[in-house]
Design a protein around this ligand. Sequence first.
Ligand code: GTP
Ligand code: NA
Ligand code: MG
Length: 280
Amino acid sequence: EAEDKLQPRPPVVTIMGHVDHGKTSLLDALRGTDVVRGEAGGITQHIGAYQVTLKDKSKITFLDTPGHEAFTEMRARGANVTDIVVLVVAANDGLMPQTIEAINHTKAAGVPMIVAINKVDLDSANPQRVRERLLEHEVVVEEMGGDVQNVEVSALKKMGLDALIEKIQLQAELLELRANPDREAEGTVIEAKLDKGRGPVATILVNRGTLKVGDVFVVGAESGKIRALVDDKGRQIKEAGPAMPVEILGLSGVPMAGDPLQVVENEARAREVAEYRAGV
Ligand code: GTP
Ligand code: NA
Ligand code: MG
């Protein structure tokens, strides 16, 4: 890609950690929403994708992952499509099996980590103990002489949120994230399903370029033409640029999570590529 076509893009930040340590609550606090209340049994079972616009108009894309042990594959995927991982550790519970699993996914993906020590409002909270236990997994935070950033937060009391955002922005600046918005879009499937009313639907994270209504595309072994783009607030939009998560309608079938999406010149070309990929 020509250097002069690259423009700054928002960071993609994946929230990871053990079940019920407060990942979705933290995102709710940042977004002013109440997703947790709508979840069956209070358990996240999919990857949520959201974009937050900050006071200075800059944006951060967040992916919320499940902490339940059954969803290892989603956590691995979350770590692999992101720029930064925020590891949420409940200060009362400390390091738990999926905390450690998330550390390992993050290291395997080679992505920088910020530790959010949550639930510091509880009497039983022991953030220092969390910092010490992280050492055992070679996550060395600043107070322990390392360079991993950490911040004490309470999603419940909305404490430490500005400090967390600041650390994310600082880390993002170091990464110098850029993409060319003025080209045919490429993206990655975050999730896909067959919706009763709407047919095949996929949540796409746009990696580069701008995805537009009417674009013809190939995604994994499926193809299609964008009939509608829906943002994280359920609004229909006309286009989605780099680092934006968006639901697409107009798919020939349900692609697989992790599949790459590519805009192509016409439908004949789309079918050709899709059939080739499907091995027809
Ligand atoms: P999974 O997605 O199922 O892994 O859980 P999660 O990490 O998203 O946790 P969730 O946001 O569902 O919160 C779990 C419980 O912890 C809920 O009852 C929250 O109200 C509570 N909780 C979250 N953050 C805080 C906090 O800062 N303080 C206290 N006291 N409770 C919190
Ligand atoms: Na939960
Ligand atoms: Mg959750």
